[in-house]
Design a protein around this ligand. Sequence first.
Ligand SMILES: Cc1cc2nc3c(=O)[nH]c(=O)nc-3n(C[C@H](O)[C@H](O)[C@H](O)COP(=O)(O)OP(=O)(O)OC[C@H]3O[C@@H](n4cnc5c(N)ncnc54)[C@H](O)[C@@H]3O)c2cc1C
Length: 202
Amino acid sequence: MIPMTTTEGGKRSARQTRAMQAFPTAETADALATFPDNAALDLRTRFRTSLRMLASTVALVTSAHDNRRGGMTATAACSLSVDPPLMIVCVNRRSRTHGFMRDSDRFCINYLGTQHGELARLFARQLEDSEGKFSIGSWGISAFGNPILLDSLATIECGVHRRLDEGTHSVFIGTVLDAATRRDCDPLVYVQGGFARLAGAN
Ligand SMILES: Cc1cc2nc3c(=O)[nH]c(=O)nc-3n(C[C@H](O)[C@H](O)[C@H](O)COP(=O)(O)OP(=O)(O)OC[C@H]3O[C@@H](n4cnc5c(N)ncnc54)[C@H](O)[C@@H]3O)c2cc1C
């Protein structure tokens, strides 16, 4: 059975404690016990290992301020609401891209295709000068002033609606200013610590 612990130092609410007393049922406990690797790991490791199993489309989140461009590879970029159209991006506060997004109040999410592996690796690097990230790829500047990858799968441009600081990251909630499907190609996916392409689904 997986030990029901909170994160180190985390506190349980009364509701969580009541829920833990009622669950798991005997059947669930038996089923969970069939994953012996989990039982030996602490919550932090189980959490990180679980996240590795999630496949996400890779994006480059870009922004510009004071005639400078910045951007980063990101998988924590997804839709929040269709009406009104809102997106969420979770960004490490120590990254330079965070500073660009905070200072300019806008950003662009450029979703990548399988041909963009080199770009994904470059934008995940910590460079002396963030301009160096734009040394490869087909880049333009949008009407909103964001760096935009012209041959991306899709681009979604946002104005910062709200920023919430949690843990090491900020959650940027963006109001969608423009969206475009650009190229009919397979999405670049990140799963289990590596880039991958979809094998097809039914
Ligand atoms: C597939 C994939 C998905 C990713 N998804 C996300 C995501 O959703 N959100 C996210 O925030 N990141 C994500 N990253 C990581 C991100 O792409 C990289 O951190 C990238 O280098 C950020 O670029 P930057 O120019 O904005 O920041 P950089 O200036 O390159 O900083 C990058 C990181 O380096 C460290 N750093 C910066 N300055 C210092 C310093 N002075 N001393 C010590 N360390 C320092 C910090 O941890 C900082 O976050 C992802 C990476 C990959 C490969």
